[in-house]
Design a protein around this ligand. Sequence first.
Ligand code: F6P
Length: 363
Amino acid sequence: MRKIVISTGGGDAPGLNAVIFAVVNSASRLGWEVYGSRHGYKGFLDPDELVRLTPDDVEGITSTGGTILGTTNKGNPFAMPVPNLAGEVQIVDVSERVMASFKRMGFYCHIAIGGDGSLEIAHRFAKMGMPVIGVPKTIDNDLEATDRTFGFDTAVATATEALDKLHSTAKSHDRVMVVEVMGRESGWIALYSGISGGADVILLPELPFNMEAVCRKISENELHGKHYSIVVVAEGAKAEGGKVLDRGKGEAGRAEVVLGGIGEWVAEEIRQQIGKDTRSLVLGHLQRGGSPTTFDRLLALRFGGAAVRMAEVGQFDHMVAWTPPTMSAVPLEAAIRCRKHVDLNSDKVLTARSIGICLGDKE
Ligand code: F6P
């Protein structure tokens, strides 16, 4: 009888529970025992944070958002923030403790569900001798090795619905609405929701934008009798010659700065340059919440099932990837090497241009 452990790390994404459901049920049918490590690697450091997961425990969770195991983006065991006796936070390497506990518990393998940061950590543990299988998660869809990550489709649906709703209020007030969506280095959410939600302007991290081009598009709308406009901007987009806007480092132990502010910046520029009544909003974590779409549920269930099949044959230090029409196993090292960016020559970008959407460049 084999014992496996599963963890969820980094920002949550709709579909995490569906992966857990698939792993628990697939593994249990093989006669294996499944454990869940709560809040990333905490279950390896504190026995109270390690929970046994049976098919009964996960019944009905496929349709739910979040993760029943909890998650964290400041739980890297190689650089863990730990408060000392003086109440100061120190960054400590607890990876050896994680390894020792993994061995002591007699686990056969670890299925780590996460984005690039969590998969990099998983790969470091693989190099230390932990049999690990990665499952790709992120609403940003920015992992090169897999055609899709789960969570993205739900985030796009949420953003598209928000854009649909903004049309009527923008039109009633003759306003420009600027919507900031997630997407640190890749503009997938902005592009997909912007095209589907009838945006006039989409600004991507992949293409530094020119405010004159943005304002020209809005002014052209006016000339054609359309007195409102919708601008979608990815949080990681930046103006030509400008920089990505952030809100600082955030909590101790997180690897990335907290992005934000570009939507309001763009709104202010439009206000100043062409005098339009402008409002901005940040969709933020709404995009990470809620029930996963059918697409995300199915993808997440397929990832979970495939991860257990990889465990059965001992294919460790690999990530399960969707390479349509099949699932495949990609070495973790390759999976974390490159980010997937929007191809500016892809048919989606060409479609956006063909239907008159401005991408903030002079074209
Ligand atoms: O990587 C996913 C993501 O949703 C990014 O788009 C965003 O910048 C980040 O997570 C936000 O993370 P947090 O929950 O720590 O604010």
